[in-house]
Ligand binder design. Structure first.
Ligand SMILES: [Zn+2]
Ligand SMILES: [Zn+2]
Length: 366
């Protein structure tokens, strides 16, 4: 486990054991010592005193808790179903944003539309955070953890904030003591079909996050190239044909690379949901008016005081945390460039949020 996930697991295990009446002391590096009540000893098949280590290096005489060890299953028995869904309210002071326009400039690139910041106001939101354990089998077997997060208010994929949100949630003991104001207008849970459509997309992305470091860098490079070119385009306020060609070439190269990697690795991936957490917290809500041709639409982006940053813009088709978005003509959906890509058969660009199943021109399946 990486040091970050090792200490996250240590905190999680400590909290769980304490909740069930154990006396827990942290040990360095990334370990704990616990004195267990009889019921917990029984469920965990463990003696009264246990020393556990979660990192690469173990505290003296500690047993290793890794993704391959049976300790996770044992904790799972202790957790049963009650801990799979956690709810936390984290209330923190909400700073006033001094330059919200600049925050948006650095956090949103619209390829084909303009926007105006119409309002900044304190609000509350709920985040859905998922911890998945994956098993990837190609020539070797790899096991690991992935964390995903969605802002339920607007569907933003909060990848860049998720570690901060998770640690804030896990370091909050008691949710009953905190009162969410009655007028907070919290976003509701998503209807299952809406959630599943994002979920499928998210699970499809997992193989990409599993590819080795150099490949990830290659993909990062092409993504970076794409964003840089668009940012430059936007700065110049012109339709530079040369930039556009360069961008399209990079895009083609990127897609070819991705296809190549998929084939090369022939990955089969299974995932298990380890934990789902709903985090309720205050945010500064930035309301934008997006304009495309004659159309106009309001969207919101939240700035979180827990991560001290703006979330990525939502993609209304997929789970994507990059900042570039295309606005569709018909409904003014915000979608990632892949969500407005040309049809594989006839080449027509179309919005996958409007037409999730097939191309409106030739009927080719999306
Ligand atoms: Zn088509
Ligand atoms: Zn659309």
């Amino acid at each position: 486990m990486s040091p970050a996930s090792a200490s996250r697991y240590r905190d999680f295990a400590a909290r769980l054991l304490e909740h069930d009446g154990a006396l827990v002391e942290p040990l360095n590096p990334e370990g704990l010592e616990a004195m267990l009540p009889a019921s917990v000893q029984h469920t965990l098949h463990a003696p009264e005193l246990v020393r556990l280590g979660f990192g690469a290096e173990l505290p003296p005489e500690a047993q290793r808790v890794s993704l391959e060890s049976d300790w996770l299953d044992r904790f799972g028995h202790l957790l049963d179903e009650r801990g799979r869904w956690l709810q936390r309210v984290v209330e923190v002071p909400l700073p006033v944003l001094s330059q919200p326009e600049r925050i948006i400039e650095h956090g949103l690139v619209l390829q084909n539309a303009i926007y105006r910041l119409s309002r900044v106001a304190p609000a509350w939101t709920r985040y859905l955070i998922l911890l998945l354990r994956y098993t990837a089998i190609s020539d070797e077997k790899r096991v690991g953890m992935l964390t995903f997060g969605l802002n339920l208010a607007n569907g933003s994929a909060v990848d860049p904030l998720v570690d901060d949100l998770l640690s804030a949630a896990l370091s909050t003991e008691d949710t009953a003591g905190t009162n969410v104001p009655a007028d907070a207008h919290l976003p509701p849970d998503w209807p299952t079909p809406r959630f599943l459509s994002r979920w499928r997309n998210l699970v499809c992305k997992i193989p990409m996050s599993l590819l080795g470091l150099s490949e990830t860098n290659t993909i990062g490079y092409y993504t970076g190239l794409r964003q840089e070119a668009w940012q430059r385009l936007r700065r110049q306020h012109t339709d530079s044909a040369r930039e556009r060609l360069r961008l399209e070439a990079a895009e083609r190269e990127y897609q070819a690379k991705v296809a190549d990697l998929r084939q090369k690795y022939d990955l089969r991936v299974t995932t298990d949901l380890e934990q789902a957490l709903i985090l309720t917290s205050p945010v500064q809500r930035l309301e934008l008016t997006i304009k495309r041709r004659k159309g106009e639409r309001r969207v919101t982006l939240d700035w979180s005081p827990l991560a001290r940053r703006l979330e990525p813009p939502p993609c209304e088709w997929s789970y994507t945390a990059e900042i570039t978005r295309v606005v569709c003509d018909d409904a003014l959906h915000l979608v990632s460039p892949a969500g407005h890509a040309p049809c594989a058969q006839c080449g027509k660009n179309y919005c996958r949020a409007c037409q999730p199943r097939r191309c409106p021109k030739c009927g080719q399946a999306s």
